[in-house]
Write a protein that binds this ligand. Structure first.
Ligand code: XLS
Ligand code: NI
Ligand code: NI
Length: 444
């Protein structure tokens, strides 16, 4: 008996069934080589560790256009005609894809799911209609919502920002959108709600009052949090840092900037961070650095899994295939006890040149295999290698004696000075970076 894998009237990916796990010896490009949902890694299955999500925007709305060229991909669910009919077709295609791929979660922006209306209330109605359909589809397929968000960057009313717009009228529209997107997220049982501030930044300091804009942003987030809680949202609010693009300078530049902002405005009890790999590299950091800054602060929420291109200075949003990067990310996440209510969302798109519909399956399969394999390798490194102990050993001088008293804040600067004189020059100790790096390769 074949499993029913689409819920609408039409099958959008004929010839592609449920993606099976076939192991690394398989030559079938439409099969997982490493992601085996029920395989135990430690005390949890791969599915429970990874909590994969597919995104609505790149995969079902993106058609391969770039600033120099027209759309390159024909999406069979994107037939010309009435916008709500197109939205329904897109949703059918999306749920067929999610089910065939076997991801348990998805993520969406309000405008991915339903078109903008002619007024605030018309936009709200359209979104509610689509959310009702999504809710049915979730019941039929078992799909769950990892997070919802509002697109506060696409419409021209946000050219000068959304919550940080110098015009109060634009701020009220941003609020209307966030309110409706929170309603939608709650109706769909979303586990998180994301704020990505694409236009929350500036192009020129000469015309910008940054202090006022930051105060407005914090207040906007407070109001959004309070509204969400008032309608029963118990999940986590997430801020997604990105240094630039589309703004020249974005306020949520990187993890440490956002952590400082959340603490300054007292928002760190409700908000955590959604770390995107390509945004990390745009900020001049590594993916694992950004994750580490979050876990140090106890504020890692979720992950947008993708990668950039070292030769391109923008958000290319490619599917992640770099195993070394995935292992290092997992080492940080596992040390933090795993992702609790977060997941790995593929905020990634196939290339403009990848015009076959099956390419979107191939991209996701590759990304899922990369993080599944990364998980297994990182788990082995933690269980069997001396990495953790060797790292701790570098700090052994703080474990006992005067070093421990320093950590307990029992020594003043003069006492430190006297110890320096008594001890003489510190030993010349190797950082052993090569040893650490070789160890990762050994467990690959
Ligand atoms: C854009 C961001 C965006 C967020 C959701 O660069 O990654 O897609 O994830 O608004
Ligand atoms: Ni991005
Ligand atoms: Ni993202």
């Amino acid at each position: 008996m074949t499993q029913q894998v689409f819920t609408g009237d039409r099958e959008y990916f004929p010839g592609i069934g449920k993606i099976p796990y076939e192991g690394r010896e398989s030559d079938n490009p439409l099969a997982f080589k490493f992601y085996e949902p029920n395989r135990l890694v430690g005390d949890k299955t791969m599915e429970q560790h990874l909590r994969f999500a597919a995104c609505y925007w790149h995969t079902f709305c993106g058609k391969g256009g770039d600033p120099f060229g027209e759309d390159s991909r024909i999406l069979p669910w994107d037939e010309p005609g009435e916008a709500m009919a197109a939205a329904r077709a897109r949703m059918d295609a999306a749920f067929e894809f999610f089910t065939k791929l076997g991801v348990p979660y998805y993520c969406f922006h309000d405008r991915d799911m339903a078109p903008e209306g002619t007024s605030v209330s018309d936009s709200e109605r359209k979104l509610v209609t689509m959310v009702e359909l999504a809710s049915e589809r979730q019941k039929e397929t078992g799909m769950k919502l990892l997070w919802g968000t509002a697109n506060l960057f696409g419409h021209p009313r946000y050219i000068n920002g959304a919550a940080t717009n110098p015009d109060f009228a634009a701020v009220t529209h941003a609020a209307a959108q966030v309110k409706a997107a929170l309603d939608a997220t709650v109706a769909l049982g979303g586990e998180n709600y994301v704020f990505w501030g694409g236009r929350e930044g500036y192009a020129s300091l000469l015309n910008t009052d940054t202090r006022r804009e930051l105060d407005h942003l914090a207040h906007f987030l407070e109001l959004s949090r309070d509204y969400g809680r008032s309608i029963g949202f118990t999940g986590t609010y997430l801020i997604e840092p990105k240094p630039m693009e589309p703004s020249k300078h974005q306020y949520d530049f990187d993890a440490q900037t956002v952590i400082g902002f959340l603490r300054h405005y007292g928002l760190d009890g409700d908000f955590k961070l959604n770390i995107e790999a390509n945004h990390a590299t745009l900020a001049g950091h590594s993916f694992s650095h950004e994750l580490q800054m979050c876990t140090d602060a106890g504020l890692l929420g979720s992950i947008d899994a993708n990668r950039g291109d070292p030769q391109n200075g923008w958000d290319t949003d490619q599917f992640p295939t770099d195993l070394y990067d995935a292992i290092q990310a997992w080492l940080v996440v596992l040390a933090d006890g795993g992702l609790s209510s977060g997941g790995f969302n593929f905020d990634a798109k196939v290339r403009r040149e990848s015009v076959d519909l099956e390419d979107i399956f191939l991209g996701h399969i590759g990304g899922m295999d990369t993080f599944a394999r990364g998980l297994e390798v990182a788990w082995r490194i933690r269980e069997r290698s001396g990495l953790h102990r060797a790292k701790q050993q570098r700090y052994a001088s703080f474990d006992t004696g005067e070093g421990a008293r320093f950590e307990q804040a029992k020594l003043d600067l003069v006492a430190l000075r006297d110890l320096a004189e008594r001890h003489g020059e510190p030993a010349h100790t190797s950082g052993k970076q090569e040893w650490f790096e070789n160890l990762i390769n050994q467990y690959l």
